[in-house]
Design a protein around this ligand. Sequence first.
Ligand code: HPA
Length: 284
Amino acid sequence: MADLYSKAQEAVDAVLTRVSLPPRVGIILGSGLGGFASQVADAVTIPYAEIPHFPQSTVAGHSGQLVLGTIGGIAVAVMQGRVHAYEGYSMEQVTFPMRVLGLLGVRTLIVTNAAGGVRADIPQGSLVVISDHINLTGRNAAAGPNDERFACVPGAGQRFFDMSTAYSPQLRKLAMAEAERQSIPLSEGVYLAVLGPSFETPAEIRAFRTLGADLVGMSTVHEVIVARHMGIEVLGLSLVTNMAAGVTGETIHHEDVMEIGRRVERQFTGLLTALVPQLVAPEL
Ligand code: HPA
C-alpha cells in the first residue's frame, strides 16, 4: 500500500496539472465562512472528489472544494470545507489536505473555525485570534511513523517538534494591527478542541474555563499540529458563533453557526483580504 507521503504527492501532482502558480498561503475556511473563497482572483476550483485521496465532508456548510488563485497578487490555496474527526475520519484523513498544501508550496497557513465562546466578555459574533490551543480530542495527528520528507523548511519534519509558538506571534501581531486599522474589534484567546459532535455540557465548559480556555471547538488543532510538523507558520482565527453551554443558558444550534458566519462575512473578508499580502515575506 502507498505510504502517506506518496499519496500526498499524488494529490499534489493532480492539483499541479490544473494550476501554473504554486500557492504560498493556505487558507482553511471553517463553518459558515466558506463565502470568502469568492475573493480569490483567477480562481481554479477543484472539487475534493477530483483530488486523489482527499476526504469528502459530510457536514452542512462545508462545500468541499479547493480554490486556487491569487489574493492581492499572492498565490493562495483556499480550502472551502474541511473534514472532522467526529465524522469518523482518521487523523491521517483529517490532516491529509494540510499535508498536500505544504507539499504544494504553502509556507503560511490561515486556519479559521466556528467556535463556542467560553468567556462572557467575548460575545457571539466576535472574531478572535487564536493565541494557543489545548488539545483535548485525545488524538494527535503527528502520531504514527515519522516521515521527514514532509519538512517544508530546513529542520522541520522531526519526530518531536516544538509547539511553544504554534500560533506565530508575528502573524498575530500583524492581524491585530490590521484589525485596528479597519476598526474591527479583535481579541485574542486560547482555543480548546474537543472531539464532538455533541456540544459540551455546562460542567465541561466550567472545567474548560478553569483550564484556561477562551474558545471551544471541534477542529483546527490537528491541522495546526501537522502544519507545525512541516514548519509552516500559522495564523488562527475563530468566529464565536454561539456562547458555549451554560454561559447564557441558551440552547446551541448548528444553524446559528451558519447564520453568524453570514453576519460577520464583511469584516472577516476585509480583514483576511488585507492580511494575505502582509503574511508573505517578499522574494529576495
Ligand atoms: N462547541 C464546540 N464547537 C463549536 C461550538 C461549541 O459551542 N460552536 C461552534 N463550534
